[in-house]
Write a protein that binds this ligand. Structure first.
Ligand code: NAG
Ligand code: NAG
Length: 325
């Protein structure tokens, strides 16, 4: 009897693994030459996230070391770069970080900026020192091109944090991309496709789970009117549109399937459209071969916000989705 149970379990696990691999199967993408794109000097080894201020200054996090993911400069600590997009040929410059912050341990993931009433710019950085998760708060000193470290936020719910979006002084939403924190259990979580990851709300007074059930919650951002929160579920290949309520709770509005692994989200400040960075070939991404790179594509979701009359529309009348790679 015991053997039968074991065999059944083994069969079921194999079926699940097979199904997962199928989900990760390769998609043939046509390679196109990006027209107005060029490699930025200093960022050749890849970058993680970008946040652009209304003034045109962009912060970029680089050098993420993440279990299972390729890294092109494993011996270099992470850095935050600044670019002035108003310049004709913008250059990326690594920002100085004030003394007292252990720069060698900087392993930056998602970032988000916040501008207060006095126009002071704060940069919030998801950090993984020694594979732990913290949120580092910096004040940006534009004249000195530097970041002053103000505080490290740690909380038992802030584990496996991927991205954040700051909406008030020390008030933010954050995504967890895994439920477990040890490598083996994370692997199991992915194979079994547990959908145990969540979105958290953090403030100094209250930290809580505001949405859960994602395969792997990744990029997060808000609509221009700050009434909706957009969450990318990378393994489920979709974007969740959620309504933000008083007390920061979120309720689901709509899920948009994209058929590609959705990673970072950006809202166009002029139109409110969503731009998503996506991975069409996760297998190639994991087994990185520079001779046969995995490729990437971006999805463009026009007018993602609910129309004035709400979302009670026949299927298919959602936002327009188009892809480029
Ligand atoms: C990129 O990585 C290579 C190999 O580790 C290293 O030699 C080089 O300095 C890195 N470039 C930058 C701009 O960090
Ligand atoms: C942003 O995108 C990059 C490349 O797709 C990815 O490696 C990184 O995890 C993403 N960052 C966040 C915070 O989603």
């Amino acid at each position: 009897m015991g053997k039968l149970v074991a065999l059944t379990l083994l069969g079921a696990s194999l079926a699940l693994i097979g199904e997962r691999l199928l989900n990760f199967r390769e998609r043939v993408i046509k390679s196109i030459e990006p027209q107005n794109c060029h490699l930025i000097e200093g960022l050749e080894n890849g970058s993680e996230d970008i946040d652009i201020l209304p003034s045109g200054l962009a912060f970029i996090s680089t050098g993420l070391k993440y279990p299972g993911m390729p890294n092109f400069a494993p011996d270099k600590p992470g850095r935050i770069f600044l670019m002035d997009l108003n310049e004709q040929n913008p250059k990326a410059q690594a920002l100085e970080i004030s003394d007292g912050f252990d720069q060698e341990s900087l392993n930056p993931h998602g970032i988000s900026t916040f501008i207060d009433k006095d126009n002071t710019v704060y940069l919030y950085v998801v950090n993984h020192p020694n594979m732990d998760s913290t949120v580092e708060v910096f004040k940006f000193e534009e004249q000195r091109h530097s970041l002053i470290h103000l505080k490290t936020i740690k909380h038992e719910l802030l584990k496996s944090v991927n991205d954040i979006v700051v909406l008030g002084p020390e008030q933010f939403y954050a995504t967890r991309d895994h439920y477990f924190t040890t490598y083996f259990l994370v692997l199991l979580e992915m194979i079994l496709d547990l959908h145990w990851t969540s979105v958290l709300f953090y403030s100094p007074k209250e930290v809580k789970v505001v949405a859960q059930g994602f395969g792997s919650a990744n990029g997060i951002t808000v609509s221009l009117d700050q009434k909706y929160v957009y969450v990318a579920d990378v393994t489920a290949k979709n974007i969740h549109i959620m309504k933000k309520h008083d007390h920061w709770d979120l309720t689901p509005v709509k899920v948009i399937q994209l058929g590609t692994l959705v990673d970072n989200l950006t809202v166009d400040p002029a139109t409110g459209d969503i731009l998503a960075g996506c991975h069409p070939n996760p297998m190639k991404l994991l087994i990185y071969n520079p001779k046969d790179p995995p490729g990437s594509e971006s999805a463009f979701l026009q007018n993602p916000g609910p129309p004035a009359q709400g979302w009670h529309l026949p299927n298919g009348l959602g936002p327009t989705v188009s892809m480029t790679n």
